[in-house]
Design a protein around this ligand. Structure first.
Ligand code: DLL
Length: 443
């Protein structure tokens, strides 16, 4: 393999990363990788093989990058329907890591990585952090959650490979986060943007001025945020705020990230090939048009994803960035084409709430989700109607129901939510489509 096209994990000098590769050379590499991943998925993933057979297509039919449009889409429901391991293209003995993310109902979705996949993941995070101006010698506090969520471990491996000193705080315990930021002279923080808003508020209460700390970069993602949030964050701290994007199904964080020009997020398209399609019809749209982002993994071995419908709405930005990188950029993700909510960085579907409620006797199938933001932190309350009989019963029965609901929701969502029991027929009935979610969070 041509050395210019190989990503070195430790050396992010422009000559050594594909971000600056001349476009024609890049397109050749992408075509080769597309052919390789289609062949791999066809050989090892039954669902993909049968979908190609239905269309009368074989891997040999992919002769140009545009031929990607001939391939079937992959959807979140495909991961759910093949739960847990049905889309793996590697035997379990080659899988070194599993992560888990929310499904649309009770079961989560599972994603897998070989050793090589983890290396690619690490290398793209190195490129993200290098693009944010970070390097060896930086002290990076990683407040993304460690565990089944991809944020913590994903950012951790990349920051270490960059040569930075990593402080693996994970999420939570704001007072300790602020103490460590201050005492360790932390120069960069990785977390969700709303968690940093919370740290700003808490620091003010503790009498700590974040503008006086050596913090110079914040790498924020896992949920939508806005330019006005960026201005607020930058005015209340000394750091430059960067947007990082990714999703578990594709790899985790590190699919795309802003550079210091803050003019869109560079997509590491030597590993993740982007398309924009019309969310209603699936038809490809040209650069500059807003639509749904569809991603194909070029190098994932354990779980290749072909034309994955992310449901994230954005556009590919025309032209080249002034930073000199040749890889394309996408705009901020402002919204999704489905009803997925992101609460403190965790994905939540109203349908998950519904399936949990349906399992519990004593409730009516009428509920509402109220989202608010207190001290920068998202709060979710589930209001649910209980049967008249249950409501008139002894207090103990209601308490028991409350506990069962709380337990069921905690279990299916993986985050703590508030449960409020309300009398039957008190929640507003909609005339058409039920309005399940009232979002009172402001940017
Ligand atoms: O959120 C991976 C990640 C971790 C990205 C840390 C960035 C930083 P999931 O839990 O699978 O993975 O959620 C993926 O989160 O489809 C988007 O809807 C949303 N999302 C992720 N990054 C951004 C962002 C991680 N920068 C889903 N802006 C995606 C807006 C984002 N939405």
């Amino acid at each position: 393999m041509n050395s210019i096209l190989e990503t070195s994990v430790t050396d992010c000098h422009p000559a050594n990363v594909p971000d600056y590769t001349p476009l024609p050379q890049f397109r050749d590499l992408q075509l080769k990788r597309l052919q390789a991943v289609v062949t791999r998925a066809w050989r090892h993933v039954k669902l993909f093989q049968s979908r190609l057979a239905e269309r009368g297509i074989a891997p040999d039919d992919i002769r140009s990058l545009d031929d990607i449009a001939k391939l079937p889409f992959t959807e979140k429901s495909d991961l759910r329907d093949t739960y847990p391991f049905g889309l793996f293209a590697s035997p379990m003995k080659d899988v070194v890591r599993l992560h888990v993310s929310s499904g649309t109902t009770g079961k989560p979705i599972v994603v897998a990585y070989t050793k090589e996949d983890v290396e690619v993941w690490t290398s793209v995070i190195v490129r993200c952090l290098a693009g944010c101006g970070l390097h060896r010698g930086d002290i990076v506090q990683n407040a993304y959650g460690y565990g089944l969520f991809t944020g913590g471990l994903g950012a951790h491996y990349g920051a270490e490979a960059l040569g930075a000193t990593v402080v693996p705080t994970s999420g939570g315990n704001a007072d300790r986060q602020i103490m460590l930021l201050k005492d360790f002279g932390v120069t960069a923080i990785c977390c969700t943007p709303t968690y940093f808003l919370h740290l700003i508020d808490r620091a003010a209460e503790m009498g700590v001025d974040l503008r006086e700390l050596p913090l110079r970069a914040g790498v924020f993602g896992a949920e939508p945020w806005t330019e006005s949030m960026r201005r607020h964050i930058e005015s209340k701290s000394s750091l430059e705020a960067f947007d990082i994007y990714g999703l578990s199904e594709i790899i985790g964080p590190g699919v795309a990230c802003e550079c210091r020009r803050h003019n869109g997020l560079h997509i590491f398209e030597d590993h993740f090939y982007p398309e924009i399609v019309d969310p209603a019809t699936g038809a490809p749209l040209p650069d500059g048009s807003e639509g749904e982002l569809v991603l194909t993994t070029f190098s994932k071995l354990a779980m290749p994803m072909i034309r994955y419908r992310t449901r994230d709405i954005t556009m590919l930005l025309p032209g080249q960035c002034e930073c000199g990188r040749t890889i394309r950029r996408m705009g901020r993700i402002g919204r999704r084409s489905d009803d997925m909510l992101i609460i403190r960085g965790i994905n939540v579907f109203p349908s998950q709430v519904e399936s949990a409620l349906l399992q519990i006797e004593g409730t009516l199938p009428n509920y509402q989700i109220i989202l608010t933001r207190e001290q920068g932190l998202d709060q979710m309350e589930v209001q649910v109607e209980v049967t008249p009989q249950m409501f008139n019963d002894k207090i103990g029965a209601l308490q028991g129901l409350h506990e069962r609901l709380q337990g069921a929701l905690d279990h299916v969502l993986g985050i703590r939510v508030k449960v409020a029991l309300v009398e039957a027929y008190t929640l507003e009935r909609s005339q058409g489509k039920a309005k399940r979610v009232i979002d009172r969070r402001t940017a």
